[in-house]
Design a binder for this molecule. Sequence first.
Ligand SMILES: *Cc1c(COP(=O)(O)O)cnc(C)c1O
Length: 413
Amino acid sequence: MNDKKTYGFTTTILHSDRQKGIEHGSLHKPIHTSVTFGYEDARQLAEVFQGKQPGYRYGRQGNPTVAALEDKITKMEDGKSTICFATGMAAIGAIVQGLLREGDHVVSSAFLFGNTNSLWMTVGAQGAKVSMVDATDVKNVEAAITANTRLVFVETIANPRTQVADLKRIGELCRERGILYVVDNTMTSPYLFRPKTVGAGLVVNSLTKSIGGHGNALGGALTDTGEFDWTRYPHIAENYKKNPAPQWGMAQIRAKALRDFGGSLGPEAAHHIAVGAETIALRQERECKNALALAQMLQADERVAAVYYPGLESHPQHALSKALFRSFGSLMSFELKDGIDCFDYLNRLRLAIPTSNLGDTRTLVIPVAHTIFYEMGAERRASMGIAESLIRVSVGLEDTDDLVADFRQALDA
Ligand SMILES: *Cc1c(COP(=O)(O)O)cnc(C)c1O
């Protein structure tokens, strides 16, 4: 496996652990639970601490099982390096902790995962400014940029209303201005889309969702694609400039965010996620097929007021999605007509399970305004296009006919 040939997406994932040598013939990377890593020679320990030779020291900063997953995700994103975190939010938080300072400015899509929205409020209160814009049009991003703008942050397909950011043009704008472009790829996953292809410098993935894929482990990752020139970033401390320039950003994030804030991924979770990742292509093919069938059935039903899914031709960014993504993802949402109570509807579903989380093997549904977006209040929800009756669906792997029939019988009942 050390040859130079480039393999397909799944082949590469399946064989990535073997590239650095297999331990004891174990085809899965073993779960290393040791918190600390010792050396016979105390001088070697010092050299590892000083970064003069590679090696592990203390589990918060690195672990062999986690490092194997980091390599796998780097390959999935066709990037240069990856740092894993305990959750997706810890990965996004690491961008704030590692890169932002008082007086900095961030331009962010207004259509965001709820907790990222909440995080930007915290950042705003702590002295950096965040402008929230409709990122489906690059003009809004451009208008918000100031001399202090350090990064632009967008999601690919926004959760839950499925707006698709103007990904390519925002990438061109960021490159022109020398601004770091961060793309949260969770909703597409590296199988459907690689943000590197539109110029993203950093890619966020919540590993909890499609990559782990089985709802049994939390995790997050930041991948450096190599597209951003870190010599243009003003806050890299001298200490991290000892590395070659392409590594500056990740060196600072690993020390200032992962090490100092400690949101490290555990080795057991890394193992679950690595096993889950092996089948992501197969799962996504099935989920996308199911999601399209479900969206088409709901759109054709007169009891449904609106359906949001990028795979529908009626979706405002359908053409853009088709051009950029391999398929349209497993996230969709819909509104029922007045007079149908969304709670009654959800309670009639037999297969789809009312709960949060996304990218599970099972289909999950949630009344957005009453749960995950409750805390932000009606005004902010309205500005994000979220109706009080909106139901989000994370489409799973069930047999297509069973799934479509379940959503239909709940309308009929
Ligand atoms: C779930 C999610 C996150 C956060 O990930 P956790 O692993 O739950 O912390 C971030 N961004 C998006 C788009 C998500 O769906």
